[in-house]
Design a protein around this ligand. Structure first.
Ligand SMILES: *Cc1c(COP(=O)(O)O)cnc(C)c1O
Length: 368
């Protein structure tokens, strides 16, 4: 039995008729940039997140860059973020000219609020928590810390469409939320796409300018801006996919619960003490002999992944920041122990039973 890590084409086949019709409609309308479909998508997203403003942009990385530019983050500023993330949370800080400062993580694999506090200096301008794996960072404590030190909070909610914290959607608690709609994410386009959320009117105005050449109107350029727009065809596809999003989240949740009930005690399960609703973007277990387990699963055609093998502070690109091995002990230790099992919505119960059986078999074989 083959168990693929993801099955993106299958997502398309499910709604092929609607998607083809929607694309055809956009093509024949002749309106390809910031038109009805993007507006509809932004409205759908606002309603889903219960926030005031939303802007479709070209991708999740641009969302982060534009968010920081809107907050005026620049050279000389420091932004605190975790090192166990996709590169964009850090690179976006550096690309704005600011200095990424890494905080370590807790046993829940989320950014440690205690370590954030230790890393605050007179130069700190913002905290960028990452809701890794679709789980919420400790937003209550982060918001309290930010208020105490007058810092902005930018939520990297790229993996967290559908996650919430005390009833508030990921991306709507801090000053700005940034989402990716990349094909691998919970809600996804057929290519690159992203969205920015905020409840702050002044920030919304800045974001609107930044995403489109600084244009207030055709002949009124208020500032230099980017060209980072969600395009109409992607928005039309996203609008088709929106309908199925609750079912996708439900299925991912059911898959996670099934794994939890099956996996043996040698496996450390994803933390459940985290407050809020989990979007189950990834199902990250921790264990000894991770690499061997991954190989063992592969011999049975079970795909798994590691998010992420090399923490960002140890990447060549981060060398100039001066971090060395041992600086973020929890992050570094977790990188050797984490393994993401397939959790996507098209898995059958039999496939999950098979994965769990093989994981358990591996540890039995190891004599554990
Ligand atoms: C995917 C991802 C991004 C970047 O999104 P893109 O749309 O690929 O640019 C940023 N942060 C995290 C945590 C991600 O997982």
């Amino acid at each position: 039995m083959k168990v693929p890590y993801v099955d993106i084409a299958e997502q398309f086949f499910e709604i092929e008729d609607q998607v083809m019709l929607a694309i055809q409609k956009v093509l024949s309308s002749g309106k390809y940039i910031l038109s009805e479909q993007v507006s509809l998508f932004e409205k759908n997203f606002r309603e889903f997140c219960q926030c005031k403003y939303s802007f479709g942009v070209a991708n999740g990385t641009d969302a982060l860059i534009i968010a920081m530019k809107a907050l005026g983050i620049q050279e000389g500023d420091e932004v605190i973020t975790p090192a166990n993330s996709w590169v964009s949370s850090t690179s976006s800080i550096a690309i704005c000219g600011a200095t990424p400062v890494f905080a370590d993580i807790g046993s829940d694999l989320q950014i440690s609020v205690q370590d954030i506090e230790k890393k605050i200096t007179s130069k700190t301008k913002a905290i960028m928590p990452v809701h890794l794996a679709g789980k919420m960072a400790n937003m209550k404590a982060i918001m309290a810390l930010a208020a105490k030190h007058h810092l902005f909070v930018i939520e990297d909610a790229a993996q967290a469409v559908g996650a919430s914290y005390e009833g508030q959607a990921a991306g709507t608690i801090g000053d700005i939320g940034c989402f990716s709609l990349h094909p691998l994410k919970n809600l996804n386009a057929a290519g690159d796409a992203g969205v920015i959320t905020t409840n702050n009117k002044a920030l919304a105005q800045k974001i609107a300018l930044l995403r489109q050449h600084g244009l207030a109107s055709r002949n009124d350029i208020q500032q230099w801006g980017y060209n980072s727009r969600l395009d109409e065809i992607q928005a039309a596809i996203l609008n088709c996919k929106f309908v199925g999003l609750p079912a996708v989240l439900e299925k991912r949740h059911a898959n996670a619960e099934l794994y939890r009930s099956l996996l043996c005690s040698e496996v450390v399960l994803p933390d459940k003490s985290i407050v809020g609703h989990d979007a189950n973007h990834l199902f990250v277990i921790q264990c000894k002999y991770r690499d061997e387990l991954k190989e063992y699963l592969k011999t049975y055609d079970i795909s798994s992944a590691i998010h992420y093998e090399v923490p960002i502070h140890l990447q060549p690109a981060a060398h100039y920041l001066g971090y060395k091995s041992g600086d973020l002990p929890e992050t570094e230790l977790s990188a050797l122990r984490i393994l993401s099992l397939p959790i996507h919505q098209h898995l059958t119960k039999a496939q999950i039973l098979f994965v769990a059986e093989k994981v358990n078999e591996f540890f039995k074989m190891k004599g554990l």
